[in-house]
Design a binder for this molecule. Structure first.
Ligand code: HAM
Length: 423
């Protein structure tokens, strides 16, 4: 029997794992500065939470959920996204209580599951870093969360970024717009793609972001959602833009952008890369406002705003950026051992160097000195310490700078007392 990983999943192997940690730690640092707190939530939840929360007409629920019955006949699903679970936890744990600072600003990192057709940057198990803010309708929250997403990508050195924004207005605005769109599209029904024909009455807004070229031609002349915004929603969207401008965050308004989840109202956004490595899946990050979801899940009226960032997509882009991970595995020192007698002393030297903050590896498998030097070179060590019986006797070890070839004798005592001078 030969076992293979499930299609659409990936092994993040050692070496890759450190890259993930590096990125996650960098992003967590930024999240701290913005005062976001971390949550770690279950990977599976009741099926109904997603069906109702994300929306029964969305592709994610209708086609892509990994749902199953457990041994107690409970209908469960692997989470396809993090927002519904975060809202469930918010309501269940009464995080809206008076003892919590408002608005509550949370983030999470973890695997999500969608039964999609796997391709570059599109997986069946993938990872999101998500952010959710509960308890404020202030346009400054919309702007802060979008800025945060933008700054995160920028801090990783990503270029060719575009921030696309749009407003879906209030529920009432959308009901009116939905009807206007159905009225516009109905005469074109026969020309629409099969998917769009199906969506026309179930979820007509989704026709707007169809990838089918014929659909796109028709949709180009469709009514503009921004013309259907109520005074309040238009004002809110105006304020969001004002703040983005004040913060010098460049953005583009894309009135045809609707997003694939049903819970949004007012501001929505996507952060997209214009470089073509990711092909169709060029959206790194998507999100928006969802002011009704907390109530739908059984909590008090609570406006909310959030986004999620696809970490696989981020990693693909960073792997492309040549030297982003160049120094990740660079060692400060490699300890070469000659003969079994130095085994314990080499362990002491290695530990003392590590304790003083150096990144150090040593020889374990007793190879010839030449092979050990080659390893040190391959592991990009700055220095090599050579430990042989002579060094044991004299208490002095040779420290060689690999790049310059410069060598200095160092007292073992000095290493143990952390008196080693790197320069
Ligand atoms: P989403 O647009 O469905 O939004 O996903 C957000 C991001 O997750 C995408 O932009 C993409 O980078 C990544 N992603 C989605 N599906 C896959 C996949 N199959 N493989 C790899 N990456 C993928 C949400 O999930 C919302 N919960 C975002 C949100 C939070 N809205 C408000 N709060």
């Amino acid at each position: 029997m030969k076992y293979q990983k499930i299609r659409g999943t990936a092994d993040i192997l050692p070496n890759e794992g450190e890259k993930w940690s590096l990125i996650e730690n960098k992003l967590k640092e930024i999240l701290m500065h913005y005062y976001y707190q971390e949550a770690r939530l279950p990977i599976f939840e009741q099926f109904e939470l997603f069906a109702r929360g994300v929306g029964e007409t969305s592709d994610i629920v209708s086609k892509e959920m990994y749902d199953f019955y457990d041994k107690g006949e409970r209908h469960l699903a692997l989470r396809p996204e993090g927002t519904a679970g975060m809202v469930r936890a918010y309501v269940e744990n009464k995080l809206y209580g008076p003892e919590h600072h408002k608005p509550q600003k949370y983030f999470y990192i973890g695997p999500m599951f969608r039964f999609e057709r796997p391709q570059n940057g599109r997986m069946r198990q993938f990872h999101q870093l998500g952010v959710e803010v509960f308890g404020s309708k202030n346009a400054a929250v919309d702007a802060e969360v979008m800025t945060l997403a933008y700054v995160m990508c920028q801090s990783l050195g990503l270029k060719d970024l575009k921030l696309y924004i749009n407003s879906l207005g209030s529920n009432e605005d959308r009901i009116q717009y939905r009807q206007a769109l159905i009225d516009f599209l109905t005469p074109h029904f026969a020309e629409l793609s099969k998917d769009s024909q199906e969506r026309l009455h179930k979820n007509p807004l989704r026709v707007l972001d169809s990838k089918d070229p014929q659909d796109q031609k028709i949709v180009a002349a469709a009514p503009n959602i921004l013309d259907y915004l109520s005074e309040e929603s238009a004002q809110h969207f105006g304020q969001v833009q004002e703040i983005l401008q004040a913060l010098n965050i460049p953005y583009e308004i894309v009135p045809s952008m609707v997003r694939g989840l049903d819970y949004y109202n007012d501001t929505i956004f996507e952060l997209v890369t214009t470089c073509d490595i990711l092909g169709a899946g060029s959206t790194i990050c998507g999100g928006g406002r969802y002011d009704q979801l907390v109530e739908e899940v059984g909590g008090p009226e609570t406006p909310a705003f959030g986004f999620a960032m696809g970490l696989e997509r981020l990693m693909i882009l960073l792997d492309e950026a040549d030297d982003y991970f160049a120094n990740l595995h660079k060692l400060d020192a490699y300890v070469i051992t000659i003969g079994q007698a130095v085994n314990a002393e080499a362990a002491k030297v290695t530990k003392a160097l590590r304790d003083s903050g150096w990144k150090v590896e040593r020889e374990f498998i007793g190879r010839k000195p030449g092979s050990q030097f080659k390893s040190a070179d391959k592991l990009n060590a700055s220095y090599v310490f050579t430990m042989g019986e002579n060094e044991l006797e004299t208490g002095i070890v040779n420290m060689k700078h690999l790049e310059t070839g410069h060598e200095v004798p160092v007292k073992l005592e000095d290493i143990y007392n952390f008196k080693l001078n790197l320069n």
